[in-house]
Design a protein around this ligand. Structure first.
Ligand SMILES: [Zn+2]
Ligand SMILES: [Zn+2]
Length: 304
């Protein structure tokens, strides 16, 4: 999986940072892209990456503030003008459906692809044989959600050398053994695939949060994740101001990662008041609490 930050600023775009959006590319799934939030100008940022809008299969919106959704109508219609016909699922809090439908209708836009809009209830909002996505409310001035993305564990690899030593020749049988089946050989022996499989490969877990002050559900959503994305709108000394507006400080973001037992933290959604010269100080504030912290910048990517 590859996490690519398209916009990492809070509220309004600045020369340094565009407003919120992050793309998760599922490299093992043919490069499907899941987008989290879509602030204004997101499609311009996408033009500077290898992402093709047709590859975006799902968009998850954390909350309905403009810096997280004003890029949606443009991206949705461009995806259509490019001739894409692959379906798109859009998940978000109540209100996302009316917002998108009114924007498309009043601009006489039409889409060449099926768009399904899901206004979800908290809990598991998507499940297939590869992924489970859970959304729970955080602590902001409007309903704002955090997402937990869990990949299923994969079976371990087949020990071909040991099979060969047992006199079993490579062939269609291997596929069945890899699927942990019991098979009977021509000589009558019964072989259990599970005896020849290495340890299963743990699925990856990622948490991507919307805007939030310290929130009760944070530890639940980010419990033991490989990577957590959390906002850090203001510096540590401005906790009162940050929390009063439903935001977190650097330290509070780091504390959330520590409390949840996350392995790695990436902070984003930085106030436009901060320039390049402030970044080291802000990052240091996080690292005093949670050393394995990095700061997102527009168009930087992280491998999970
Ligand atoms: Zn925001
Ligand atoms: Zn917000």
């Amino acid at each position: 999986m590859e996490l690519l930050f398209l916009g990492t600023g809070a509220g309004t775009p600045s020369r340094l940072r565009n407003v919120s959006s992050v793309a998760l590319t599922l490299t093992d799934e043919g490069g499907s892209v899941w987008l989290f939030d879509c602030g204004e100008g997101t499609q311009h940022r996408i033009l500077r990456t290898a992402i093709s809008p047709g590859k975006i299969e799902k968009i998850f919106i954390t909350h309905l503030h403009g810096d997280h959704i004003f890029g949606l109508p443009g991206l949705l219609t461009s995806r259509s003008m490019l001739g894409t016909n692959g379906a798109l699922m859009l998940y978000g809090p109540t209100g996302i459906k009316a917002y998108v439908e009114i924007a498309l209708a009043t601009s006489a836009s039409y889409l060449t692809y099926p768009l399904e809009i899901v206004e979800f209830e908290p809990g598991v909002i998507h499940q297939d044989d590869r992924f489970c996505v859970t959304a729970l409310p955080l602590n902001h001035v409007v309903p704002s959600f955090g997402y937990r993305i869990e990949e299923s564990d994969r079976p371990g690899s087949l020990d071909a050398a040991r099979l060969k030593a047992a006199g079993i020749r490579p062939g269609p049988l291997f596929q069945r053994l890899k699927a942990a089946e019991r098979v009977q050989l021509d000589d009558g022996r019964i072989i259990d695939g599970r005896d020849f499989l290495g340890p299963s490969i743990k699925g990856r877990k990622v948490a991507i949060f919307g805007d939030t002050a310290p929130a009760e559900n944070a530890s639940l959503l980010a419990n033991g994740v490989d990577l957590m994305v959390h906002e850090a709108t203001l510096e540590a000394s401005m906790a009162e101001r940050a929390n009063g507006r439903g935001h977190s400080t650097t330290r509070q973001a780091a504390q959330a990662a520590k409390d949840a037992g996350a392995k790695r933290l990436i902070v984003t959604h930085l106030s436009p008041r901060y320039g390049k010269e402030d970044e080291e100080r802000l990052l240091e504030e996080c690292r005093t609490v949670f050393p394995n912290t990095e700061m997102a910048a527009d168009l930087t990517s992280f491998t999970v």
